[in-house]
Write a protein that binds this ligand. Structure first.
Ligand SMILES: [Zn+2]
Length: 290
């Protein structure tokens, strides 16, 4: 059993490290057949944990500092994700201080739990930079499959699940809104129809990561967005652009400063609560034009 397993690992090593999530899931299943249910499962898992040694890679110690060319910090930097893809509430960071050799960084979540899937312990597409709350506290050891949960490298909420405040919000008294933002309320609308499997995945995601509960704590940001929406007029934008002088600031950047966040879909990962801001503006009826 062990011999066959090792041979299979060697033959599939590159694919195990580099494949996309759907291929990883299949490979893990197929290679798992060579040792699962054969009476050697614990031994095989121990061996695989030794081969795909995530702990040694993340905390290499003195012995490896000269042999490991790069580590989790480099991976996080190269992926370039700026906020947690599970919640968009916390920054992803990777910082080291030379003095005292201090390193602080975001978590790397194993989408497929590494204790259950030791073959995928070091697979690139199984390592998702995320915040500690989502990774260690909420997801923890929850078994994830591609059928049940969205893999952040494959799919996201996009416009299939959106934050809603309701159009009435723009008619509320701005002073009152800012003083008592909790009066607005915010919820997430799942727009996917029941026949589409994505609908259940979105619901599972919202539930597991407590998104509606957490976002109720961000009503002040919603209130700001509503008031800003009411302040936002083409005249104000033109006045701001011309106050900086011709060609200094484009409307795109004036908008970002006015909204207090990124609002282009491809930039939503850059700052916490960017999706909330964008969705609220959409909900109020803001029309995007570039
Ligand atoms: Zn998170």
């Amino acid at each position: 059993v062990i011999h066959t397993l090792l041979q299979n690992v060697r033959n599939n090593l590159k694919d195990l490290l580099r494949s996309r999530p759907d291929v990883l899931e299949q490979l893990d299943h197929d290679l798992g057949l060579t040792y699962k249910g054969m009476g050697w499962e614990e031994e095989a898992k121990g061996l695989l944990e030794f081969i795909f040694d995530y702990e040694a890679w993340t905390e290499p110690g003195e012995w490896a500092t000269t042999t490991l060319k790069w580590g989790p910090q480099d991976l996080i930097r190269r992926i370039g994700l700026r906020t947690c893809p599970y919640c968009n509430r916390a920054y992803i960071y990777s910082v080291s201080r030379r003095k005292g050799n201090v390193e602080v960084r975001a978590d790397l979540d194993h989408f497929f739990d590494k204790a259950e899937h030791p073959l995928l312990g070091l697979s690139f597409y199984n390592l998702v930079p995320s915040c500690t709350t989502c990774n260690s506290r909420l997801k923890a050891r929850t078994p994830f499959t591609l059928d049940q949960y969205m893999h952040p490298y494959v799919e996201g909420f996009d416009d299939d699940a959106v934050f809603r405040v309701g159009k009435h919000a723009s008619a509320l008294d701005p002073q009152q809104l800012l003083e008592d933002p909790e009066s607005i309320g915010v919820h997430i609308e799942n727009r996917v129809d029941a026949a589409n499997p994505k609908r259940a995945k979105i619901n599972s995601h919202i539930e597991l990561f407590c998104l509606e509960k957490f976002y109720k704590g961000h009503c002040d940001v919603v209130a700001d967005a509503i008031v800003r929406y009411r302040m936002y007029t083409p005249e104000l934008v033109r006045a701001l652009i011309s106050s900086f002088g011709r060609g200094v600031l484009t409307e795109k950047y004036v908008r970002r400063v006015l909204w207090g966040n990124y609002t282009d879909i491809e930039d939503l990962h850059r700052r916490p609560l960017a999706k909330l801001t964008r969705d609220v503006l959409n909900d109020l009826g803001f029309t995007w034009k570039d």
